[in-house]
Design a protein around this ligand. Structure first.
Ligand code: GAL
Length: 400
């Protein structure tokens, strides 16, 4: 057969069989992304320092793995071959050297680009260069791609993301594919076959419950995001997650609000991507971010996204079924005052109809572990009692 026909059939077969990489992000990805704190003001030294902090502060040990450079890592123009180029001033040693450094620490390396002609900050987008860019990322040993949605005109979102998924697959290096089209085209309906996580909303901002307009778009605080997308839990699971955006822990909210934010992202099985300056965080911020007992709720292998149980009397109660017939429950005090909170287990049967999980604590007695304060609280035969400060949280794991 003519060589050209063989090549054509080979490429066709690649596309027919194209799928996302399986076996990645079986639990929500954990890592750090540069955008929330640094915007496009990123450079090689910063990123290496961040990688060092992963080790020194115990973040790697707590499960954080990906270091992702967001918008602003590239030169404004492609080179003569049409390849993307790392900004030579910000990244003088180039991306492969940086990837090697990150890999040498046992961590993984992620980059950002965009499905449109330009990224949101005006750097070259991947439109029309998808296969070329995917090959370049593979040659740099990139492990994670965040793929944005600016300057896309009228193109169809699902097709555009499928094109990049297929390009990554054809390049051959397993890459976690992070869809970032802000929930505009309901990626929770089609994202499972295309990527490993998808942003459910526009950008997060460091406030408890607010929306801040920027002309044609707006950014949302922690509870604004939660309330906007509390009803899409059925689409989350191992290998495919609703992404509630990079975290704002350590970026200016109170310590109590940061704790609640972190617990809620864990209850929601959202990716845990830090967005603060790891070189300058307080002890309190660090202890929130490396709370392994809370992280274990996020990383539970069933991958069930938690949901609102009730929100009466300014108390947000969320529940999340866990492996081994265990459950996590979080109690966030939304009021401006501290409360003496009491929860009678026997009056609150737990049920998750979507996953067929039920627990009646009149019939069974479970042990109660406080994951925020790392202590055992007895069992469910007695009421849970806790003083919870304004905007603070108590989260417990119950099990036999
Ligand atoms: C937005 C995206 C942000 C960040 C930014 C970079 O569209 O939602 O997370 O990536 O672009 O320009």
């Amino acid at each position: 057969m003519n060589k050209k026909i063989v090549l054509f059939l080979f490429l066709l077969s690649l596309n027919i069989n194209a799928q996302k990489f399986d076996g990645l992000a079986e639990t929500p990805p954990m890592g750090w992304n540069s955008w929330n704190t640094f915007g496009t003001d990123i450079n090689e030294k910063l990123v290496k320092d961040i990688a060092d902090q992963f080790i020194e502060l115990g973040l790697k040990d707590a499960g954080y793995e990906y270091i992702v450079l967001d918008d602003g890592w590239m030169s404004k123009e492609r080179d003569v071959n049409g390849d993307l180029v790392a900004d030579p001033i910000k990244f003088p040693s180039g991306m492969k050297v940086l990837a090697d450094y990150i890999h040498s620490k046992g961590l993984k390396f992620g980059l950002y680009n965009c499905a449109g002609s330009k990224t949101c900050a005006g750097y070259p987008g991947s439109r029309g260069h998808e296969y070329q860019d995917a090959k370049l990322y593979a040659s740099w040993e990139v492990d994670y791609l965040k793929y944005d949605w600016c300057n896309t005109g009228k193109i169809n979102a699902e097709s555009a993301y499928i094109t990049m998924r297929d390009a990554l697959k054809a390049a051959g290096r397993p890459v976690v594919f992070s869809i970032c089209e802000w929930g505009d085209n309901e990626p929770w309906k089609w994202g499972k076959e295309v990527g490993h996580l998808w942003r459910a909303t526009g950008d997060i901002i460091n406030c408890w419950d607010c929306e801040i307009g920027h002309g044609s778009w707006s950014s949302s605080g922690v509870w604004t995001i939660i309330n906007m997308r509390k009803d899409i839990r059925e689409s989350a699971g191992p290998g495919h997650w609703n992404d509630f955006d990079m975290m704002e822990v350590g970026n200016g909210m109170t310590a109590a609000e940061d704790r609640s934010h972190f617990v809620m992202w864990s209850m929601l099985a959202s990716p845990l991507i830090m967005g603060n300056d790891l070189r300058e965080m307080s002890k309190e911020t660090l202890s929130t971010l490396i709370n392994k007992e809370v992280i274990s709720v996020n990383q539970d292998k069933l991958g069930i996204q938690g949901f609102r149980f009730s929100n009466e009397n300014k108390m947000e109660i969320w529940i999340k079924p866990l492996d081994n017939n265990q459950w996590a429950l979080s109690f966030v005090n939304m009021s401006d005052d501290a409360v003496d909170f009491v929860f009678d287990w026997q009056k609150h049967p737990l049920s998750d109809d979507v996953n067929g999980r039920y627990l009646d604590l009149n019939k069974e007695v479970y042990e109660v572990r406080d994951l925020t304060h790392h202590q055992n609280l007895g069992d469910t035969s007695k009421k849970l009692k806790a003083k919870i400060a304004s905007h603070d949280v108590v989260v417990v794991r119950i099990g036999k």
